[in-house]
Design a protein around this ligand. Structure first.
Ligand SMILES: Nc1ncnc2c1ncn2[C@@H]1O[C@H](COP(=O)(O)OP(=O)(O)OP(=O)(O)O)[C@@H](O)[C@H]1O
Ligand SMILES: [Mg+2]
Length: 359
């Protein structure tokens, strides 16, 4: 049996919340939370009652806050595929920009991929180099887990880049940037026995660092590296859902069942739902028989999550959108009308957010 000693104990293990943490999440006083609990019938039941007070499940609390308080409680979504080059970073950045620029969301992008593509798409290479030289990236956070607490240097405020994106009209996208140095850190984290971690739980490094700023956002998107290593698990640990971008061809879709199985095992292990929201078809070539057939079989496969209705075609303009050049509007960046993909990404973003609502 799992013996609970304190709120911290359960919190570290299972992503449960005490009254004080519910209050932080909701941006209200502890008394207000106690009042909700006393006065509303549908307030989530405590998972366990400790001497220190009741403990709640985070997903239930978040759902209740959204529904009843219109609370801005961040929806947290990871982007994963084990295959490289399938449009993970492009999708993550487009969803972030559209959600902020068109749907009025406050968005945080967390770039967990050492390739730093989402980072350079959102702040450009020059600014990234300056940050990297000062170690104001997530590589510092994960490297810190390998050293004594007293020697740690990660600075959340200096690492958090506010109001990023090369699109002038897009406000309210913030970024926690990645670094190429994360490759080495990832290897070291992976080869370390868990007893050696100076942080108690190796998959909990990110959550501990960003927990306090989550209530500043409506949507948090994590661009994960193409593997299910410790860095990705750190991203999944804080995620309520994930999307799988893929090119509809044999190699890109090959690992999808494995992702589903592995994430499910991790999710069961930490006692927290991480819902596969759907598959995003990207770089689609409508003339390709292979793409048509693969798309059809993805849609039919009962073991896979649904395929989002909106499909992102292969388009030069989307490849060009990776460049960090100043541009005024999202319509200019992604192209509007029949030949463009602004509308494509707008409806995809709505579908992803809709899937999250129903998860
Ligand atoms: N719909 C598209 N049409 C044409 N090119 C695209 C499209 N989406 C992405 N690209 C280009 O394809 C390449 C890979 O895309 P992206 O970086 O988004 O994939 P990824 O899955 O994040 O890759 P990695 O695994 O390397 O991180 C990039 O050069 C990108 O600009
Ligand atoms: Mg990428």
């Amino acid at each position: 049996m799992y013996i609970v000693h304190s709120v911290n104990d359960v919190h570290n293990e299972k992503d449960l919340l005490g009254i004080a943490e519910v209050a932080i999440l909701a941006g209200v006083s502890r008394q207000a939370v106690a009042n909700w609990r006393a006065r509303t019938d549908d307030f989530p039941a405590a998972v366990v009652e400790l001497q220190a007070g009741p403990v709640f499940r985070m997903s239930e609390i978040k759902r209740w806050l959204r529904k009843n308080k219109g609370a801005r409680v961040a929806q947290i979504i990871s982007t994963i595929n084990l295959k490289g080059g399938v449009g993970k970073s492009t999708t993550t950045v487009a969803l972030a920009e559209i959600a902020a620029g068109e749907l009025g969301k406050r968005v945080l992008v967390i770039d967990l991929d050492p390739q730093t593509n989402a980072t350079t798409m959102l702040i450009g290479e020059d600014r990234w180099k300056l940050l990297n030289a000062k170690e104001h990236t997530l590589a510092r956070l994960f490297a810190d887990a390998l050293i004594e607490p007293s020697a740690r240097k990660f600075d959340l405020a200096k690492t958090l880049q506010k109001n990023v994106s090369n699109v002038r009209d897009v406000k309210n996208v913030d970024l926690l940037p990645s670094s190429l140095d994360l490759i080495d850190v990832q290897d070291q984290l992976g080869s370390m026995s868990s007893g050696k971690f100076h942080s108690d739980v190796p998959t909990d490094i990110l959550r501990r660092a960003v927990w306090k700023i989550m209530d500043e956002y409506d949507l948090v998107l994590l661009d994960c590296p193409p593997n299910l290593g410790i860095i990705t698990l750190n991203g999944l640990k804080i995620s309520e859902g994930y999307i799988i971008p893929t090119i509809p061809d044999v190699l890109s879709t090959y690992g999808i069942p494995q992702i589903i199985t592995r994430v499910k095992a991790f999710s069961d292990n930490i006692g927290q739902a991480i819902t596969p929201l759907g598959i995003v078809i990207s770089k689609y070539r409508s003339q390709s028989t292979l793409h048509q057939n693969t798309l059809r079989s993805l849609k039919k496969d009962p073991k896979l999550p649904p395929v989002f209705e909106t499909i992102v075609p292969e388009a030069n303009k989307l490849a060009e959108s990776a460049e960090f050049l100043p541009i005024n509007t999202l319509k200019q960046k992604y192209g509007a009308g029949a030949q463009g993909n602004f509308e494509t990404y707008l409806s995809l973003t709505q579908q992803v957010l809709g899937a999250m609502e129903h998860a």
